[in-house]
Design a protein around this ligand. Sequence first.
Ligand code: NAG
Ligand code: NAG
Ligand code: NAG
Length: 314
Amino acid sequence: MKSEKILVLFVLLPIVTVETGVFDFFSGIFDNDKLRPFNSTDFEKDLRMSLYGQNIALNTILKAVTWLMKDPDPPKPLVLSLHGPTGVGKTYITKIIARNIYEMGENSKHVHTLIATYHFAHIIEFPKHEAQLKAWIYGNVSSFPRSIFIFDEMDKMNPHLIETIKPFLDYMLHVDRVSFNHAIFLFLSQAGANMINEVALDSWRKGKERDQMNTQRMETLLYQGIFNDKNSGFWHSSLIDEHLVDHFVPFLPLERKHLKQCVLAEMTSLNITHDYDVMDSVLKDMPFFPPEEEAFSLKGCKTLHNKLGLHMKL
Ligand SMILES: *[C@@H]1O[C@H](CO)[C@@H](O)[C@H](O)[C@H]1NC(C)=O
Ligand SMILES: *[C@@H]1O[C@H](CO)[C@@H](O)[C@H](O)[C@H]1NC(C)=O
Ligand SMILES: *[C@@H]1O[C@H](CO)[C@@H](O)[C@H](O)[C@H]1NC(C)=O
């Protein structure tokens, strides 16, 4: 098994190293796109200031990323699968991670995003994509080991392509002095979102603070939810079977108070003084569910920015 994986990588090797060698020489001289010294205190502060209502995700990601960043010789890359409804901070947290690792943050050329439905919409061309995907990951990690790969809409990804990336996620020996173990893979999807909503609603009805929700139990439920969901491509793959994902991270639906925090933060970033009347009218304009209780925002914080435009006194 192991030797097969290494063999596959060896075949790709000659193509990549020549190109990146020349590239490295020039980029080394004028490169502003560097790693920042990682500081877990700053990372934690950034997470706590910027992310609302996602303490389970926050704590898991804080520990997992810090653990990787502090390890000079990690045994495998960090693989996190982020799950939850839309607009609750999954993409946002990838930006927070990036800006704590790279000087150029999310704009760093070492942050690679792939959207399943956009980049691999034509399943017919699958063999070509398979080779491209391999070369893409191999090429970038060999020229810059601390690379981040974000796979958005992972649940819609072709299961064959998931198979393709598996060798990169596993415990692996170094290949020609290239180690994949400093890389971070982030899988984003809505798989399991219904289950997350149910658990959150149940807890809300019992009047429990969401911070007291049991992280371990949530991760187990999520794991089972995805595993049993025949609709998500994820289910087909042996990613789960082979335990290549280090953590399944749930993102909960947002409550009214979190939306208020989002509106105020938006006002701050637009440099306008906090206007609570405007905040209230923006919130009235947002849909909540379930209809009887209106516990959670249907769209999270996603459309708030544009809604704010409608309610500002110009
Ligand atoms: C991390 O940043 C804090 C300030 O935010 C500073 O006090 C601390 O010394 C830094 N730690 C390291 C290891 O640089
Ligand atoms: C690295 O990734 C970028 C975009 O994410 C891609 O354009 C480039 O071809 C990749 N490099 C290699 C050597 O595959
Ligand atoms: C925000 O306002 C402050 C003070 O009025 C000003 O110095 C700053 O340039 C403004 N920033 C933006 C992004 O408009």
